[in-house]
Design a binder for this molecule. Structure first.
Ligand code: C2E
Ligand code: MN
Length: 406
């Protein structure tokens, strides 16, 4: 089996073009030993390379390429498997697109092909060549700075609830995590995350319950969440709470009970966002949408959490449009390095823009993930990069500050 990897990258500014010839020569020796062939294109700023060969060898060489300091923003566009090589010549030459006429450059590239059949556009790999050569996707090649070009500087201190003000008889606790706009240095919202009495995860909390107990506990826990939020003095920030969709359906009084708990704690419905994760099939969709309508009628906003993961996907969005969508770590992990993740997130952003739905990213851990997502148009973030959830309080936020060149 042959593995094909295609990536795109950006030549570092301080690397002279001349240095590339040496680089290609030494890479060729290694590639030949590993039986890896392909073609390397350069357009004056960006590289585009196809590597083909045995799986392990292609991946090992790609790993070395990713670590090469002479280029940045290495994005894997394709990883695929096929029966035969497209570019089988040993010795991978550097094909400089600038040396060719625009009209026949693509044909000149394809002429380098060694496949016994005519290289055709039915092939995804070759479609990638066309888009690179014709530069039709160039506006999506975000140039993000190195991770260490930012400092993350914690704001003063966390805000913890006075232990005397913690609800005495609750069987659960909450950790709070801010949702921030890093560039304007504003906390836009705070999410209440369920914890067991000993501070363990929501999963641990729900595991001890069975059947309808899960929905009762989920709903009841929100009374604690609202009481804690009142003690946190949110000012003009909104409060996000999570609910299983079926929690709203299971109890016909769920919405009035939520509204009552909001009022009792001196909060207002317009301040509250209810986030749904579709971890289980919504078996009574009509009852669910009816409950959502009641929430909306009371002034509460609604978000779809973990959008794109599991079944919280396009069909749900077709059936019901929330105020917000949260993309979580499953999709944004290493987005700066992955063509497929970039394409999916750009499509979600575009779709949400058309529907006037606010998009945020959850689980941001790396500066590069954040910078890529900002470039793509997201401005609301939640993640360990900025603040980890804080039990019984709001954590200090590490705000990004651009390092100034010395
Ligand atoms: P979620 O609503 O997407 O909440 C964010 C989760 O991601 C939290 O996990 C948080 O600790 C974690 N997280 C935040 N930033 C990062 C990061 O940078 N990296 C990583 N690896 N993780 C990060 P947690 O608190 O364990 O909650 C897990 C899920 O449990 C929540 O995901 C939510 O779907 C659910 N959940 C939380 N509270 C409740 C609740 O009151 N009711 C229900 N039904 N579900 C809840
Ligand atoms: Mn959530």
């Amino acid at each position: 089996m042959l593995t094909t990897i295609i990536y795109r990258s950006h030549l570092r500014e301080n690397v002279p073009f001349k240095a590339l010839e040496g680089m290609v020569a030494s890479a060729n020796i290694k590639n030949r030993q590993a039986d890896v062939t392909g073609i390397l294109l350069f357009n004056g700023t960006h590289f585009f390379q196809l590597l083909e060969g045995p799986d392990q060898e292609v991946k090992a060489i790609y790993q070395t390429i990713c670590e090469d300091e002479r280029h940045t923003n290495v994005v894997e566009l394709l990883c695929d498997y096929g029966p035969s090589r497209r570019f089988g010549n040993v010795g991978m030459e550097l094909f400089d697109l600038r040396d060719h006429n625009k009209s026949d450059v693509l044909q000149n590239v394809l002429d380098k092909g060694t496949s016994k059949y005519q290289l055709t556009y039915n092939d995804r790999a070759l479609q990638f060549f066309r888009t690179f050569v014709e530069a039709t996707e160039k506006e999506n090649y975000y140039q993000i700075p190195d991770a260490d070009s930012w400092d993350f500087i914690p704001s003063d201190k966390p805000y913890c609830i006075d232990p005397q003000n913690l609800p005495a008889n609750a069987d659960c606790r909450f950790a709070f995590q801010p949702i921030i706009d890093p560039l304007s240095q504003e906390i836009m919202s705070v999410e209440a995350l369920l914890r067991t009495a000993s501070g363990e995860s929501p999963k641990a909390y729900f595991e001890t319950l069975s059947g309808d107990e899960v929905y009762h506990a989920d709903l009841k826990s929100k009374e604690t969440a609202f009481a804690l939020a009142a003690a946190l003095q949110l000012h003009d920030q909104t409060l996000s709470v999570n609910l299983l969709p079926m929690t709203l359906v299971n109890d016909p009084d769920a919405v009035p009970r939520l509204l009552q708990a909001i009022e009792v704690n001196g909060l207002i419905p317009e301040q509250i966002i209810v986030e749904f994760t579709e971890t289980e099939v919504i078996s009574q969709f009509d009852a669910f949408t009816q409950a959502v309508r009641s929430l909306k009628a009371a002034g509460i906003s609604v978000a779809i959490d973990h959008f794109g993961a599991g079944s919280a996907g396009l069909l749900l969005l077709a059936q019901f449009q929330p105020d917000r969508i949260k993309i979580n770590r499953d999709l944004i992990r290493d987005v700066h390095k992955s063509g497929p993740r970039q394409a999916i997130i750009q499509a979600i952003i575009k779709c949400c823009l058309s529907l006037e739905i606010l998009v945020s990213a959850v689980g941001v851990e790396k500066p590069e993930e954040w910078m890529w997502l900002e470039s793509a148009g997201i401005s609301l973030f939640q993640g360990h990069l900025f603040a980890e959830p804080c039990l019984d309080g709001i954590p200090a936020v590490a705000w990004p500050e651009k390092k100034t060149a010395l």
